[in-house]
Design a protein around this ligand. Structure first.
Ligand SMILES: C[S@@+](CC[C@H](N)C(=O)[O-])C[C@H]1O[C@@H](n2cnc3c(N)ncnc32)[C@H](O)[C@@H]1O
Length: 336
């Protein structure tokens, strides 16, 4: 075990933290969170588990082994760098904390030849703390660009960006190591299937539109992930599976804009989907989905009713801005 720093993305800090904790829970990692400093989480982890988190999480900007943590008012920073024998590659002041000190430290390190931009050691001032860590940048662009919608064998509008699909998949807390199975009943062209498969998670996908199902199958094959994924034409409001068949459900229902809900209006479709989801997911496991804020009143009433009956617990409800005419609410719901 060692102490690691995970730097979460500020794009949506709440989703970023929820994603990280879901990976830890889903994979059953032995991890102790020691401290939270702004968007930095200090955790005790094994190297193997830190590596798994770096590979899986979409909303971690950096992860790295902690070399030093101190109080920036009292520590003699240059002494620490000398004592640890470090060559620093970045001196950063987060949100302009201790800007003057940062500049002074940078100048001093440079003068003492203790600074080299190619080093992966970061010295970061944040909220009254100094963190020094050896970082790896998971690099979102590089990791996800090969699966961007336009590069897939079949492109149809209405698909989520791969990194966000990854976050949804990860929030379901399904293990890639225990042969668990995720369900996406509104699969579209298979964006979630790609992000599940690439992480070694098995997934069953469904869509009411045969064209979408065919597109999803072609896309999944295009990335050689078909051994992780089964896809069928089905109605998310009337699903053909036995109760408690799945270790998690993660899905992106239609918003009534680009992907028009079929057979029902959007509100009714989501109500029926929720009843089915509660039946199909195993107890103690999660249902992750998003709805446009316009129908959130009905959805939260429905979830409260299910909570009163002791069937579910809403674990997280996060607003996510998509564009000027769409903000959605991301729900993480636990089946009790
Ligand atoms: C927002 S899209 C999903 C996009 C998907 N996450 C992707 O990355 O391509 C919603 C999908 O729900 C499907 N759909 C609409 N009504 C449905 C229903 N009753 N049952 C199952 N799928 C339905 C639409 O055909 C559409 O493909």
């Amino acid at each position: 075990m060692a102490v690691y720093v995970a730097r979460l993305s500020l794009e949506n800090l709440r989703l970023a933290k929820a994603e990280l904790l879901s990976i830890i829970e889903g994979e059953g990692l032995s991890c102790k969170i020691l401290k939270e400093i702004g968007e930095f989480l200090i955790m005790e982890l094994s190297e193997r588990d830190a590596d798994l988190i770096a590979k899986r999480a979409a909303l971690i900007k950096e992860i790295g082994r902690l070399v030093y943590i101190g109080d920036l008012n009292t520590d003699d920073i240059i002494n620490v760098v000398n004592r640890e024998g470090l060559v620093v590659g970045r001196v950063e002041s987060v949100r302009s904390v201790a800007k003057d000190l940062t500049k002074k430290v940078y100048d001093e390190l440079k003068a003492k030849k203790k600074f080299n931009p190619s080093s992966n050691i970061a010295l970061v001032f944040v909220n009254g703390h100094l963190l020094i860590y050896v970082f790896v940048k998971p690099g979102r662009e590089r990791r996800f660009s090969a699966r961007s919608p336009q590069k897939r064998p079949v492109y149809l509008p209405g698909t989520m960006t791969p990194w966000l699909a990854r976050v949804f998949v990860n929030l379901a807390a399904v293990s890639s190591r225990k042969h668990e199975v995720l369900l996406d009943p509104f699969c579209g062209v298979g964006g979630f299937a790609l992000e599940a498969g690439i992480q070694g998670i098995r997934i069953v996908c469904g869509d009411i539109d045969r064209r979408m199902v065919e597109a999803s199958i072609v896309n999944v094959r295009g990335y050689n992930l078909d051994h992780y994924c089964d896809t069928l034409v089905m109605d998310a409001a009337q699903q053909p599976f036995r109760s408690q068949s799945f270790d998690g459900i993660s899905t992106d229902p239609p918003y009534g804009r680009m992907t028009i809900p079929q057979r029902y209006d959007l509100r009714n479709l989501i109500m029926h989907f929720l009843d089915e989801a509660v039946e199909l997911v195993k107890r103690g496991r999660r249902i992750v989905f998003a709805v446009p804020v316009s129908i959130d009143g009905s959805v939260s009433t429905k979830l409260r009713e299910l909570e009163v009956k002791g069937e579910v617990k809403v674990e997280d409800r996060v607003l996510q801005y998509v564009h000027s005419s769409l903000t959605r609410v991301v729900y993480v719901v636990k089946r009790l």
